[in-house]
Structures are given as C-alpha cells and as structure tokens.
Design a protein around this ligand. Structure first.
Ligand SMILES: *Cc1c(COP(=O)(O)O)cnc(C)c1O
Length: 376
C-alpha cells in the first residue's frame, strides 16, 4: 500500500515518550536482568525500525519480532543485536535465519529435526530459543517426554546454539493470579528437566514485569509498555496499576477537507444511518476503514479544533463525517486518537468504544497512514 503523503492524515509517534518508557523499564529491571524490546507488527503500528533504534540507544540486549521478515527488516536497518522470532518459522527458511544471525523459536521436536536437515546441508549453526507451553496453549513443548528428547537431541549438536528457553503468560494482566501461578509452576517444572544450558531463560512480558513477582527471568520481553500503554487495559476490567510510569506515544490526526450545512431530511453516509432533523453542520475527514479505522467507530467523538464531535453516518472506506456545533474552516485539525491519557479520545477509550484492546487499535492503523516522528 502506498503511504498517503498528499493527504492530511498521519500517525504521529513521539519517540521521546518511547525513550522514557524504555528507560523507566530499564531502571525497573531486576539486577542482572536484561530487556528484549518487542517490535513485532511494525512496532505495534508505531514503526519497527524507528522504535528499535531508540531501544538500541537505551541499551536493550536485543529484539523480538513475530515473523522472519520482520527480523530481516531490522538487519537491513543495521540492527546488529540479538533478534528473536517468536512465531514458528518454516524449517525450509531456517538457513536464511542462520545466515542473518536471527534466533528462532523451537515450537516442538519435529521442527527441530526438520531444521537440522536444512542446517546440515548448508553447514550452518542456528541460534534457538526452546519454546515451552506453560499454559498459553499456543506453541512450545508441553510434554515432559518431548522436552527431554529435545534436550538429548541438542546435546553436543553443532548445528544449534541454545540461546534461550522461554514461555509466555496468558493472564499476567489479570488481578487474579491463579492461572499465572499455575503457569509459573509448569515452567519451573520444565526448567528442572533441562539438560542443555540456555544462555537466557525468560518468561516476563510487560504485564508480568510491571505487575508481578513471578519467576526469576533473565530477560523481560517488553512490548506494549514501550508504547506507553498499560497491558491490563481491556473493555470490561479496570487497569491494574503499573509500577512504572508509562507515556503513550501514538496520536492519529487529520483535517477537515469539506464542511457544509445539510437540512432536515438529508442523510449522511451509506444507508443514511444519520438523518438531519434540522440544519446541521457536517465536516468530512479523509480517513476510513481502509486506513484501519474500522466502521465500529461510528458515534465515537473526535476532537475537531477544540470541540469533541461525534462521527455520524457509517464510516466509509476512505472518509468519515462528523456533526459539528458550529462552522469551522477547511483545514481545521482533527485529532482522531489522542496520546494524552486524560483526553476522552485516548487510545484506551477508543479501544473500549469498539470493544477491543488498544494493541489492536494501534496495529490496525496501516501503511496508508504515514508515520511522522518527533521527540518531545
Ligand atoms: C507479543 C509478545 C510479548 C510482548 O507482550 P506485551 O504484552 O506487549 O508486553 C512477549 N512475548 C511473546 C511470546 C509475545 O508474543
């Protein structure tokens, strides 16, 4: 998708906020604990390379991404530290990872055996992190026998360097610690079965690091916190209080491209879900669901000039309309999502409005919206 550089619609990213979040977490780490900055999905929509550069300067030990291509993007940007791919990479692509010094997750024993064939053929050595399924139910070893067999397989195996072993929490963002503790126990059990010695054993995501004292973890995989967002934020529960300060970095801005008055009986948008019952001033904003601003936002209030105005009518593919209490000139600034947590259109409020989490709202904003970086 081409970025719309001749349209007034941008995602602004405050790299100063990102830096403060990273520094706050660095100070919060346990002694000897290190950080992997999670920049998957284009840095949760904020821009993977730009965020990784800030994290690099702050002194993180490395990075996590979701897919191999995201790791290669960072390598092309001259990021030389550890990069771990958290998802499953098909064994046929394992040589690409090895050549680019990218670390991969081992999801199970079959993968390890397949990967070895490709590595042997090319005479390569791959850095791996053994995935453990301690209760996320996604990828990784959950059976003792397989895990023990994998350890045997890796012993004195020159095609692999065991850089890590890790698991992922399913509910570290919840105040109910029952399942979290269950996962800690399972992980500790698997850890006790290790016969190879990983360089790093890690479990903490942002939530585990800022809400809990779970298990000792050599690394924190710090994701959503980088972007200044509280991981416990979801529509039906209150936020747990973070024990570090978090500064949201993302705002989403546009401008009015059209303003007019419509009259009684005139509709707005597809299906005329809004019909004026009197003279009504309607402003048009050149943003739509094709930008990742989904139709469910109909009714959400965005800030037009200094006034919060509801989105009326259905959101179109490329434009939406707002109902305004007064005339405002073309080019009036429209803040669709604010980076100020006390504004009513902050990203958590936006996510609540469409019944999801802010992770998803940020990730949905796609490449048609240029990212504009500033430091404040
Ligand atoms: C995405 C992800 C993280 C980061 O999670 P946050 O909640 O954003 O901190 C850490 N570990 C794994 C395995 C992940 O998939």
């Amino acid at each position: 998708m081409v970025p719309g550089i001749h349209r007034p619609a941008v995602v602004k990213v405050n790299l100063g906020a990102i830096k403060r979040n990273l520094e706050n977490e660095m100070e919060h780490l346990e002694p000897n604990q290190k950080m992997l900055a999670v920049v998957k999905a284009n840095g949760y929509g904020h821009g993977a390379v730009e965020v990784a550069k800030v994290a690099n300067e702050v002194g993180v030990a490395g990075f996590c991404v979701a897919i191999l291509d995201e790791a290669l993007e960072l390598r092309r940007a001259d990021i030389t530290k550890t990069i771990l791919v958290l998802g499953v990479v098909s064994p046929e692509y394992v040589p690409i990872a090895a050549v680019n010094d990218v670390s991969l997750t081992v999801p199970n024993l079959e993968w390890l055996k397949e990967a070895e064939k490709y590595l042997k053929d090319a005479n390569l050595r791959l850095k791996i992190h053994i995935g453990v399924d301690s209760g996320m139910g996604r990828i990784g070893f959950n059976e003792d026998a397989d895990f023990i067999a994998a350890n045997e397989f890796l012993k004195d195996n020159n095609n692999f360097f065991v850089e890590g072993m890790f698991a992922h929490f399913a509910s570290a963002d919840s105040s109910d610690e029952t399942y979290f503790k269950h996962q800690c126990e399972k992980f500790n059990h698997m850890k006790s079965l290790l016969t190879v010695k990983p360089k790093w054993i890690h479990v903490d995501n942002t939530a585990a690091s800022i809400f809990h004292n779970g298990i000792k973890s050599d690394l924190v995989r710090f994701g959503i916190g980088i972007y200044g967002l509280n991981p416990s934020s979801n529509p039906d529960s209150l936020d747990l209080k973070s024990n570090i300060d978090l500064y949201p970095a993302l705002s989403f801005e546009s401008e009015l491209t059209h303003v007019k008055t419509i009259h009684q009986g005139d509709g707005v948008g597809y299906g005329s879900t809004f019909v004026a019952d009197e003279d009504t001033i309607i402003g048009t904003v050149p943003v739509g669901y094709a930008d990742g601003f989904i139709r469910k936002f109909q009714g959400f209030k965005v800030k037009v000039g200094d006034t919060y105005c509801p989105i009326v009518g259905r959101i179109c593919m490329d434009q939406f309309m707002v109902k305004m209490p007064k005339e405002m000139p073309l080019g009036t600034k429209v803040v669709i999502i604010s980076d100020n947590p006390s504004d009513p259109n902050n990203i958590k409020a936006a996510a609540d409005y469409v019944d999801t989490i802010h992770y998803e709202v940020a990730c949905l904003l796609n490449d048609r919206l240029p990212r504009v970086y500033y430091e404040e």
